[in-house]
Design a protein around this ligand. Structure first.
Ligand code: CTP
Length: 216
């Protein structure tokens, strides 16, 4: 089975206000669809999005980063996960405490202490419960200087999170369906996936992950 984290996470300040990240969830669903088309079983630990998931994927809806971590860990502990793919745009911070109801904004601002969220993918990868672990790094690559810094940042995330490969994606992917992406494995040559839409990238990434699995 392939396990994905996907979409944004939300961190509630109170019952109605929350912090989140910009993420449509389309990349996660595209990878799920491409993996299902290759007859892989797919489970998605899914943050809140306004899209319908691909038919055939098992969806575990979550809101916060901690819920995402706990749900994905439960799936991994059951065994049988071949690939863990961290596509989610996890909100890096959460309020130190959630207030009840909808307090006045003056009350909320007096309690705006933020704490760092766990790194969901790094914590899961450290448990070594999937056969391969893959992450994403969305970096600005608008200039040659930014592009070379993006590779350095992506390789450092790959090592720091204990992954088998990371997908470096231009930050242009945030605004448009088309982006330039690179497959960066821990061992072996980088692959330039070219400029393509999310679905085309998803099919290529599924092939890269299958190849990674055959080398295990
Ligand atoms: N990720 C995660 N949990 C977090 C942050 C990131 O699981 N709290 C995962 C993402 O799903 C992605 C990868 O880690 O696969 C890289 O995310 P990114 O936001 O680029 O990494 P950060 O480690 O948060 O780096 P930065 O310091 O640049 O914010």
């Amino acid at each position: 089975m392939w396990l994905l984290t996907s979409g944004p996470t939300r961190e509630h300040l109170d019952s109605v206000r929350f912090l989140s990240n910009a993420s449509s969830g389309r990349m996660g669903f595209a990878i799920a669809e491409a993996a299902l088309a290759r007859d892989h079983e797919v489970t998605i630990v899914q943050g809140p999005v306004g899209l319908s998931p691909p038919p055939g994927a098992q969806i575990l809806p979550v809101v916060s980063a901690i819920e995402m971590l706990e749900n994905a860990a439960r799936v991994l502990e059951r065994g049988g996960v071949e690939a863990l793919i961290g596509v989610a745009a996890v909100c890096d911070f959460r309020p130190a405490r959630k207030l009840a109801g909808k307090p006045a904004k003056s009350e909320v601002s007096r309690h705006l202490d933020l704490v760092l969220n766990p790194d969901v993918l790094a914590e899961l990868a450290a448990r070594h419960l999937a056969r391969v672990h893959v992450g994403f790094a969305l970096q600005s690559m608008a200039t040659p200087e930014e592009a070379s810094a993006a590779f350095v940042a992506a390789r450092s995330k790959l090592a720091r999170k204990g992954l088998d490969a990371i997908v470096l994606n231009g930050a242009a992917a945030m605004e448009s369906d088309e982006s330039h992406a690179y497959w960066i494995p821990a061992r072996g040559e980088d692959v330039d996936l070219g400029a393509a839409d999310k679905m085309a990238h998803a099919r290529r990434l599924v092939a890269c992950i299958e190849e990674l699995l055959t080398r295990r």
